[in-house]
Design a binder for this molecule. Sequence first.
Ligand code: LMR
Length: 351
Amino acid sequence: MTMGSLRPRHRQPKIAMHRALVLFTAVATLAALPAALAAGEAPIVIKFSHVAAPQAHKSKGAERFKALAEEYTGGRVRIELYPNSQLYKDKEELEALQLGAVEMLAPSLSKFGPLGIKAFEAFDLPYLFRDTTDLARITEGPIGRELLDLLEEKGIIGLGYWNNGFKILSANRPLLKPDDLLGLKVRIQSSRVIEEQMTALGALPQVLAFSEAYQALSSGVVDGTENPPANMLNQKMYEVQRHATLTHHGFLGYAVIVNRDFWTSLPGDIRADLERALREATPYANAEAAKENADAMAEMRTTGKTAFHEPTAQERAVWEAALRPVRARMADRVGRSVIERIETELARPSP
Ligand code: LMR
């Protein structure tokens, strides 16, 4: 008599049930595993670096992109997110992308000038864009596509655009009119158009990395700056700027970009999945940007640390007049034809 035959007969169905359950669980687990992992293939890793805070809308857009990209590629791609300049600051991140040290970024459109792609500075021209509908007419049309295509010769592929918002000017004195900026040192991004804009207002522009702006403001290295409200809040700049004026003179937006050689080496189906993920993450990223900028204004107002000034129609006309010459002065740098095409598309003639 074997040990097995001593088993009480009534236990056998239970054992069979247990085995079936184990088998079922194993099959279910395998089915739930991403295809790539089940096949033992190592996922393709995309390091996505950026300078915005982990709680910022750019991070939320990146997180949504990551979730969709990993889902659509069945785990064949893993996106690693590195927010808050933890890997690279503004200038370094573009160099790192070109060298292939990271695969993906979402820098501001104001940061491509130093690479030699000056046409992007059209997005910085004061009072050219009035709202995000204006922006979408350019970024979602042929002009936006042609601008992204200019990046290719620099080893970069432009996949799309994400919004931040319209900028406000801040300092430790009231900025009720352009002359109030006379002699103030103002932190700017690395755009010659923004530099010319600050010069036109009588300020002294200083290019500084985003990650250095708070420190520069709090130590008095610079006196003022310009930001969409979400950036002013997330970087705590409102704590060290007692006044701000809602000039909305310019827009801050992003290009979502990848290293060209990495991108072209990917299988076509993976590229299509990633493009789909980005296409679907973009409306979410833009909606979060709009919401966060509105919420940031409300939150900063509540703290009472900064006095916000809403220009009257007359005051706004004075700001516009002071910044009017910038478009003509920067036409050679940015490219007359790109400016004219944007003006025509928006039905907004040269001032
Ligand atoms: C800045 O440098 O002010 C912005 O481009 C930062 C960002 O990514 O929003």
